[in-house]
Design a protein around this ligand. Structure first.
Ligand SMILES: [Zn+2]
Ligand SMILES: [Zn+2]
Length: 355
């Protein structure tokens, strides 16, 4: 059969709509009809910044996929007709690393839109391993499309919060409350933390005040020292803990990373979620002096997806204020607008190839 999709053919060149013949899903794989695919800043990195993709070009990008399984390859059963969220990082599930529970490090992991053709397409072929079934989603395409952002933005934020060891009444600081950061803030709040959201955009901060953040701080034009001073003031004024802050860097900017480092306190955890290609100068000894921890996070283990889905279904994570829907034919313009910072919500693309 033919799969329609938007191919990246070269860095900084517009995506090209093209059709490609496939043989059908292979062993352990399924063919998924895409119902929605979110756009991530990682896609912008591939397309505009020359971050290398692992598959040879041309490649269909897109790794935030929700859809319906239309056929199963050898060895797969029980998924046909089911609605699924495709994790952005799909561990093999069988190697020694996966068996130790560290599928995020699996060297045979599949990242759609990077290792294999992705979701800016009519269909996608992905491993059956790790798919998150959405009960009833096949009957509600509008709901299923919205859930595409669980594949990466929501679940990656969830894993970051989990790894940080965040607990009730912790003080959490979310730096950059865009596509991923808003969910980190919401999840931290859902897990009982008191959350300060930091950004340079008043629109984003306004949305956060309604969804999880007790305090917001617009740091446009502020230096690192001023930011640290203001955050300490907030903590003092409101009687928040002075130690063990949970800091989530999701801005993916040098300024955000510098500010995140400056907020380290005794026993703090700095979680680096956003990607910034440049260098940031820090005094590494602060980790020692504060007995603090800095850590990265990569995607989210498929085993956590049902819990994330549950938080969304209970309304403890709001999606609608943070996403906007577009027909997939608008993808090239959407990417351009995102690259110019003209879109502050996460775009979700709805396939319209039959038109
Ligand atoms: Zn992503
Ligand atoms: Zn593995």
């Amino acid at each position: 059969m033919k799969i329609h999709g938007y191919e990246m053919r070269a860095v900084r060149q517009p995506l090209v709509r093209a059709a490609r013949e496939i043989d059908g899903p292979g062993k352990g794989e399924v063919l998924v009809r895409v119902v929605g695919c979110g756009v991530c800043h990682t896609d912008l990195g591939f397309l505009y910044e020359g971050v290398p993709v692992r598959h040879a070009l041309p490649l269909v990008l897109g790794h935030e996929i929700a859809g319906v399984v239309v056929s199963e390859g050898e060895g797969v059963s029980g998924l046909s007709g089911k609605a699924v969220i495709v994790p952005a990082v799909i561990p093999c599930g069988a190697c020694a690393i996966c068996r130790r529970g560290r599928g995020d490090l699996c060297r045979k992991q599949v990242f759609p839109g990077n290792d294999v053709h992705g979701g800016f397409a009519s269909h996608v072929v992905v491993p059956a391993q790790g798919l998150c079934v959405v009960p009833g989603g096949e009957r509600d395409p509008a709901m299923l499309a919205r859930l595409s952002v669980v594949a990466d933005a929501v679940s990656t934020a969830y894993q970051a919060v989990l790894k940080s060891g965040l607990s009730n009444d912790d003080f959490a600081v979310s730096i950059g409350v865009g596509g991923v950061g808003n969910f980190a803030a919401q999840i931290a709040a859902a897990r009982g933390a008191r959350v300060l959201a930091i950004d340079v955009d008043d629109g984003r901060l306004g949305r956060m005040r309604e969804h999880g953040a007790e305090w917001t701080l617009n740091v446009r034009g502020m230096g690192t020292d001023d930011i640290r001073k203001r955050v300490r003031e907030i903590a003092k004024t409101f009687g928040l803990p002075q130690t063990e802050w949970k800091i989530f860097e999701t801005s993916g900017t040098g300024a955000g990373q510098s500010a995140a480092w400056a907020l380290l306190t005794y026993g703090a955890v700095l979680s680096v979620v956003g990607f910034h290609p440049g260098d940031v100068s820090v005094r590494l000894s602060n980790l020692m002096a504060f007995a603090a921890r800095a850590e990265g996070t990569w995607g989210c283990l498929p085993e956590h997806f049902p819990a994330v889905l549950e938080l969304v279904r209970e309304g403890r994570i709001a999606l609608d204020p943070f996403i906007e829907m577009h027909p997939m034919s608008e993808l090239p313009q959407v990417l351009e607008q995102m690259n110019r910072h003209e879109i502050t919500r996460r775009p979700v693309l709805l396939p319209d190839f039959e038109k």
